[in-house]
Design a protein around this ligand. Structure first.
Ligand SMILES: C[S@@+](CC[C@H](N)C(=O)[O-])C[C@H]1O[C@@H](n2cnc3c(N)ncnc32)[C@H](O)[C@@H]1O
Length: 282
């Protein structure tokens, strides 16, 4: 019953979500996104959720779309997706890329998840989970997205991402495992443009989100403060009823996280006040 209520809620609120998320004063005029085109784009993205088995919400795809549409066309940068499964999020991102004349680089093993290691606290996945073959992903994008702007990079992230050497406007990392996330961040961050974005999916996992807040990680690998994460723990507030934490979700069957979280290269989320040492120094 709860599933049906949720489905009804998402169907009824789709026009409102599309209108609210894509309502922006800074979508670049070059993309000629009239009210009607915005709605038709959002509706196609919503429908793709039912056409292709997809691990993420069309609302998070719309949120990424918004950031790409707000970026002027003269700012150079590709869109990168790490983790495509059957190509649901790729199809939606490809439509945004077509509209904005950008390339979508899709990185995946196309063999599913690697074996998780002890250091990976997500721990609930098996090797090979979320396997979508390259042929399957291509067929889904051909049918429901825009294949001509896509490039596919098959292989394990630690073997393929070190070769990434083009400027990146936005990267979507939907990779489930902490170690996969770390590999993606380490190799993509240096390629991100000045105000480039990283969106993630596993935003309900506080340990997972912690990479974006870890002062030690960012000092050690990038010599800077952590960038922080918008939406850590519960996701972006895109018309959702979700309070968290994830471990208690069974207690609130109508609360469902359905958003995303992101950071940007110029963001900083660091703490500088340590009263005892400030007093000692004064
Ligand atoms: C949850 S699925 C992606 C779901 C997809 N974004 C969607 O919205 O439907 C996770 C994907 O990450 C890929 N993946 C995870 N870790 C990887 C790694 N280290 N190397 C290559 N692919 C990896 C898996 O093959 C899988 O396709």
């Amino acid at each position: 019953m709860y599933r049906s209520i949720l489905k009804l809620y998402y169907a009824c609120t789709a026009p409102i979500a599309i209108y609210f998320i894509l309502n922006s004063k800074t979508i670049h005029p070059a993309y000629k996104l009239s009210f009607f085109r915005k709605f038709s784009l959002g509706f196609k993205m919503f429908l793709n959720k039912f056409r292709i088995p997809t691990g993420t919400s069309y609302k998070s795809h719309l949120a990424m779309g918004l950031k790409i549409l707000e970026t002027p066309p003269e700012i150079v940068g590709d869109v990168v997706e790490c983790g495509s499964w059957r190509g649901g999020s790729s199809a939606n991102l490809s439509m945004i890329c077509k509209l904005t004349n950008r390339k979508l680089l899709i990185f995946d093993s196309f063999e599913g998840l690697p074996a998780s290691e002890d250091a990976d606290r997500q721990g609930v996945y098996n090797e090979g989970d979320f396997c979508g073959s390259l042929e399957d992903v291509k067929a889904n994008i051909e049918r429901y997205g825009e294949i001509e702007c896509c490039e596919f990079v098959k292989g394990w992230f630690n073997e393929t991402l070190p070769n990434l050497n083009t400027p990146v406007l936005l990267a979507f990392l939907d990779v489930d495992l902490e170690l996969s996330l770390e590999t993606c961040v380490r190799y993509i961050w240096p390629n991100l443009i000045e105000k480039g974005y990283i969106f993630i999916d596993e935003y309900v996992g506080l340990d997972y989100c912690a990479i974006f807040w870890s002062e030690e990680y960012w000092r050690r690998y990038f010599d800077r403060t952590p960038p922080g994460l918008m939406g850590a723990g519960v996701g972006l507030p895109l018309g959702e009823y979700y309070i968290g934490p994830w471990e208690e979700k069974e207690n609130h069957p109508l609360q469902h996280p359905n958003a995303g979280a992101y950071t940007r290269k110029d963001f900083s989320g660091s703490w500088i006040h340590f009263p005892e040492s400030e007093q000692a120094n004064s």
